[in-house]
Design a binder for this molecule. Structure first.
Ligand SMILES: Nc1ncnc2c1ncn2[C@@H]1O[C@H](COP(=O)(O)OP(=O)(O)O)[C@@H](O)[C@H]1O
Ligand SMILES: CC(=O)OP(=O)(O)O
Ligand SMILES: [Mg+2]
Length: 395
């Protein structure tokens, strides 16, 4: 049988998985990819093999209540994999784990003690960490004895200067670990890794901002391809406006809502993570495709705010870097939503970006003109490949 590494990215409403062949090196293209999305609402499984053949595309009947559908979906996935992994021997499983706090700046092999440690970070990432841990537990149970590895979204950002990791809080609170961590690290690590293949060395190692725009969205400022600053901080709710998350919000709003709106922690968590962002402002959808296709003014306003917040934060990150040599778009929206890239880049002439609308509309790799002082480009991310590579290294 051929050896393979399985990767699991258990998110807030989806579980993405991929199977990579492992013969000494791991090729960037998986043998099989799939995802169960719509968890908590209308779960649906889609999977295809390396040749693009659809292996499954069906709604799942998961009887459980929405809150327990994650576990049910994982159990289903384990059964499904057993039926479809014919010819592959899984020798390791790599898990994306959103929060590694201050403890982990590198991927780790998982055991009972480390899994227990990861559970203590659940309050730091309530939308992600419980699902990440559930994925680990389900896979450890389903594949006993097979090594499992955790790769952290926060790890890439541990190179940030101290000042970029601090809140203006009293020291005893900072000492409890209330500091800025940053997320989407596997995506940034991948982009940092491939940047020299796409840019001249001076630019690739220069002042680069990467905009990871997916359901969750953040940006990272890099120098010498190492993280210097990020828009996300203590939790994955800071920074940019997202699908259903507010992004940065005047903390006074929270005090007001607690004092006069009768909202408690649970209600505020729901508001900040699930009811706001593109969904909250548009009142229509969290899905950028739907908003771009809509002619409702609320949809247009949501997209306007999304782009405006990106432009504002690019200004902030460029200030931290002392200028800008390249801007990279990635993630579902960054890779596919040309109108979003256009609105952002059109407002960045002052940072040296001379935008090329035709290249952008054609989804070209470089979307700035040949004479542009700063390069703007689109690079598809590959978090799964980073997971597989780290897992292979550690086992
Ligand atoms: N062709 C497209 N045009 C505009 N937006 C798109 C397109 N394809 C995907 N998106 C958007 O990308 C977002 C999901 O990004 P993705 O990176 O897949 O999310 P996740 O954070 O779940 O990994 C959604 O808002 C979706 O509407
Ligand atoms: C950290 C984070 O926001 O992740 P995602 O984009 O998968 O929601
Ligand atoms: Mg994502």
């Amino acid at each position: 049988m051929n050896k393979a590494i399985l990767t699991i990215n258990a998110g807030s409403s989806s579980i993405k998985f991929a199977l990579f062949a492992d013969n000494e090196v791991i090729p960037p293209k998986p043998e099989m990819v799939g995802q169960i999305d719509g968890i908590g609402a209308k779960p649906h499984l889609k999977a295809r093999n390396a040749a693009g053949k659809v292996l499954d595309d069906s709604d799942l009947e998961l009887a459980d209540a929405p809150e327990s559908q994650h576990r049910a979906a994982l159990a289903f996935l384990v059964r499904w994999l057993h039926e479809h992994e014919a010819g592959w021997e899984i020798i390791g499983v790599g898990h994306r784990v959103v929060h590694g706090a201050q403890d982990y700046s590198h991927p780790i092999r998982l055991d009972d003690a480390t899994v227990a440690r990861l559970k203590t970070f659940i309050p730091l990432a309530p939308l992600h960490q419980p699902h990440n841990v559930a994925g680990i537990e389900a896979m450890r149970e389903a594949l006993p004895g097979i090594p499992q590895v955790a790769c952290f979204d926060t790890a890439f950002h541990r190179t940030q200067p101290g000042v970029a990791q601090l809140f203006a809080l009293p020291r005893h609170i900072t000492a409890k670990g209330v500091r800025r961590y940053g997320f989407h690290g596997l995506s940034y690590e991948y982009i940092a890794d491939v940047l020299p293949q796409h840019l001249d060395p001076a630019r690739a190692n220069g002042r680069v901002i990467v905009a990871h725009l997916g359901n969750g969205a953040s940006m990272c400022a890099m120098l010498e391809r190492r993280s210097q600053a990020s828009t996300m901080g203590f939790t994955a709710v800071e920074g940019l406006m997202m699908g259903t998350r507010t992004g940065s919000l005047d903390p006074g709003v929270l005090l007001f809502l607690m004092d006069y709106g009768g909202m408690d922690v649970k209600a505020l968590t729901r508001l900040l993570y699930k009811e706001s962002g593109l969904l909250g402002v548009s009142g229509i959808s969290q899905d950028m495709r739907e908003l771009l296709a809509s002619d409702k003014p609320e949809a247009a306003e949501a997209v306007d705010l999304f782009c405006y917040r990106i432009v504002r934060e690019i200004g902030s990150l460029a200030a931290a870097l002392g200028g800008l040599d390249a801007l990279v778009f990635t993630g579902g929206i960054g890779e596919h939503a040309a109108p979003v890239r256009e609105r952002v880049c059109a407002q960045l002439g002052w940072l040296g970006i001379e935008f090329d609308p035709a290249a952008n509309a054609a989804d070209a790799k470089v979307i700035s003109t040949a004479s542009s002082r700063t390069v703007a480009m689109v690079l598809p991310t590959n978090e799964e490949w980073m997971l597989a590579r780290h897992t292979a290294e550690l086992i």
